[in-house]
Design a binder for this molecule. Structure first.
Ligand code: CO8
Length: 259
């Protein structure tokens, strides 16, 4: 598939999807959002991809939604634009395969929101996070008011959103927004290492675990435990469960087939 504002590479069952609009610091305009949607749809059904890495070309991950495109929008047009972003980010969050954000630089506004729709965030020491929207006269619009408090707690989320403060990668790690901070030169290697480790496990078990966590967080704990119970049981109808447990008893490495 050909893209104008994205690059897509595949290596060892890992897809590396980069937003490639560096002159505008990878700001999310309609084209980027639509292309991202297409790429995610393609990767969803690609049997050769177990894990997706999302990153940005140049010095930014994503410096937000495109302010120049948003500037003249009416309220109705703004709602439509927000809907496109919200639905795309939800698709990224709920895709069965794990998605890791490799945050190489600015992750501001819609960029911070995009990183939060991913399952994990590995950040370069150069990364910066923030929700500066109130300084532009708007609220976050791609679900930052929902995902940030779920990740860092409502008090810290309110502080960041009400002040528009930009924080560095270390502070983002301290408050639980990122999983790990690494040297900029090692960002892709470290993220690949994590992706490959996940990719070496039984993929249906990884995907069911993601589903149980995502669905569980959004419901009460009793329902969450029911969801886990059903998905746990479903694993026992997979070849990988037989292989994983047989390999353990035979003291060898499992050879998973994602079945
Ligand atoms: N939108 C459009 N263009 C941008 C954006 C952006 N978000 N960010 C940077 N650019 C462009 C600049 O205009 C500039 O273009 P040009 O060279 O043509 O003048 C180019 O990228 C380089 O940027 P700078 O020269 O500003 O680079 P600096 O290194 O000096 O500064 C910053 C980097 C600090 C990241 C600075 O660019 C900045 O503050 N950017 C805006 C950050 C921001 O406010 N982001 C939040 C946007 S709002 C949002 O994301 C809401 C999401 C929900 C939308 C809901 C829909 C209704």
């Amino acid at each position: 598939m050909e893209f104008n504002s994205l690059t897509l590479q595949k290596e060892d069952k890992i897809a590396i999807l980069k937003i490639n609009r560096p002159k505008a610091l990878n700001a999310l305009n309609t084209e980027v959002l639509l292309e991202l949607d297409k790429a995610i749809e393609e990767l969803k059904s690609d049997q050769d991809v177990n894990v997706i890495i999302l990153s940005g070309e140049g010095k930014a991950f994503v410096a937000g939604a495109d302010i120049l495109e948003m500037k003249e929008k009416t309220a109705n047009e703004a709602r439509d634009f927000a809907k496109v972003g919200i639905e795309l980010f939800r698709k990224i969050e709920m895709i069965e395969k794990p998605v890791i954000a490799a945050v190489n630089g600015f992750a501001l506004g819609g960029g911070c929101e995009l990183s939060m729709a991913c399952d994990m965030r590995i950040a370069s020491e150069k990364a910066k996070f923030g929700q500066p929207e109130v300084g532009l006269g708007i609220t976050p619009g791609f679900a930052g008011t929902q995902r940030l408090p779920r990740l860092v707690g409502s008090a810290k989320a309110k502080e960041l959103i009400f002040t528009g403060d930009v924080i560095d990668a270390k502070e983002a790690e301290r408050i639980g927004l990122v999983n790990k901070v690494v040297n900029p030169e090692e960002l892709m290697d470290e993220t690949m290492k994590l992706a490959k480790k996940i990719s070496s496990k039984a993929q249906l078990a990884v995907r069911y675990s993601k589903m149980a966590i995502n669905r569980g967080i959004e419901t009460d704990v009793e329902t969450g435990m029911e969801i886990e119970k059903d998905l746990f049981a479903l694993c026992f109808a997979t070849e990988d469960q037989t292989e994983g447990m047989t390999a353990f008893s035979e003291k060898r490495k499992p050879d998973f087939k994602n079945k």
